[in-house]
Design a protein around this ligand. Structure first.
Ligand code: PLP
Length: 407
């Protein structure tokens, strides 16, 4: 068990929060969001840059306002996300629309709001260019390789539905010339949960090669995907080397080409995963010949990552932080599904050694700030968990401002 995960909530009494607001509850430390944003921003010496937050990872209103205040932009994947971001005061020039399965109506909306579409297929490119001659677009390329913590999140290579394959670049040229569309950006996103920086170097080299062909390119977007160490022995992403290497390539390119191309990044997980913990109460304990199950009042309807990817999330018994009594337990959710287990891997159950558990204890499921609440559902007709935000030591309930965009 890795008690260091508690450091992300230093000075915050999680037990008090669970008692005051009830469980299940997501708690987000906004100071941690700010810290991670600044860490990433400052690790890149290249001046002409912007971070676009991948809203899909967490659309909590207070997290979005925190990032807007820091001058972060938005990577949007739906018209709903665009509308929400604009209403929150993000400027249209700081939003890039990178969806998949994009209709002509989606594009009309995007253009009417002054947002550049990032185009990931020849079909979409042809429709946009034909219907909106002279338009500014970005192209999402598939650089022929992907990377990530799980097959489901690898978005490059021949098995992926994302991006325009490099081999179709001639077609891009033909269509954009025919309809006078301006390619002002080139983008790739190879996957998620990446812990080594080399794949970014490979990708950026390809993107810069394409920028040599399309002289109208104003920005290079290297996507998101920077991982965090969920497990104690996971590597930390080497931000310093990453920042230096990509800056060097961007600098060399700008000098050689005589144009100052902007660098965009679209992290989701890196900015918010560590800032979030899901607090749940143990509501039933049972024994089988193999395991002791601690069943909590939440499930994969609130945090789907373990069941979706076999993902590891550190679990700490917040009610017994100082206890020296440990036991092997299986933490299970309260949904009517056998797979609804938090202590699992891809194959199935993986018991965990944590502080001895009793009925009523509050367990913290850590690193839950990304792809946690944003993937939540009402499965088994359960309510959504509450969300509490903490800033400068003060906590309060967060409004579910996103709801009006989805109902
Ligand atoms: C196009 C694009 N950009 C950015 C991201 C954010 O990825 P991550 O949260 O791993 O940084 C995603 C994730 O799916 C994505 O598809």
């Amino acid at each position: 068990m890795n008690l260091k995960k508690l450091d992300n909530f230093k000075g915050i009494n999680l037990l008090d929060i669970a008692n005051e607001y009830g469980t299940p509850v997501y708690v987000y430390n906004l100071d941690k969001v700010k810290e991670n944003y600044q860490k990433l921003f400052n690790s890149i010496p290249y001046e002409n840059k912007k971070i676009l937050f991948a809203m899909k990872s967490n659309f909590n209103v207070d997290i979005l306002k925190t990032l807007r205040y820091l001058k972060c932009g938005i990577d949007a994947v739906s018209t709903e996300e665009i509308a929400y971001a604009l209403d929150l005061g993000f400027k249209s020039e700081d939003i890039l629309f990178t969806g998949i399965g994009i209709s002509n109506e989606d594009i009309k909306y995007c253009i009417s709001r002054g947002i550049v579409p990032n185009v990931g297929s020849i079909d979409l490119l042809e429709r946009i260019s034909k219907n909106h001659p002279g338009i500014n677009i970005s192209i999402r390329i598939n650089p022929d390789f992907g990377h990530g913590h799980h097959d489901h999140v690898i978005t490059g290579g021949p098995h992926s539905k994302f991006g325009i394959y490099e081999s179709y670049l001639e077609e891009v040229k033909r269509i954009t010339e025919k309809y006078k569309a301006n390619v002002i950006g080139v983008h790739f996103h190879i996957g998620s949960g990446i812990l080594d920086f080399e794949p970014y170097i490979r990708g950026i080299k390809k993107a810069l090669d394409i920028s040599r062909i399309f002289k109208t390119i104003e920005f290079v977007d290297i996507g998101g995907g920077i991982g965090i160490p969920y497990r104690e022995n996971d590597n930390n992403f080497d931000l310093e080397k990453f920042g230096e290497s990509i800056s060097k390539l961007m600098d060399e390119f700008s000098k050689a080409e005589g144009r100052n191309v902007k660098l965009l990044l679209e992290p989701g997980r890196f900015l918010v995963a560590e800032s979030g913990v899901l607090l749940a109460k143990v509501v039933e304990i049972k024994h089988t010949p193999l395991y002791k199950f601690a069943i909590v009042n939440t499930g994969f309807n609130h945090l789907a990552r373990p069941v979706m990817y076999g993902s590891y999330h550190e679990i700490i018994n917040i009610s017994k932080i100082d206890s020296k009594e440990f036991e092997e337990i299986v933490v299970a959710g309260n949904l009517c599904e056998s797979g609804d287990i938090f202590t699992r891997n891809e194959e199935g159950i993986e018991p965990r050694r944590i502080q001895k558990v009793e009925y009523g204890d509050i367990l913290g499921i850590f690193d839950a700030g990304a792809y946690g609440y944003s993937m939540a559902s009402h499965y088994n007709l359960k309510k959504f968990p509450k969300e509490v935000v903490v800033k400068d030591g003060y906590h309060r309930l967060s409004e579910k401002a996103y709801l009006k965009y989805v109902l």
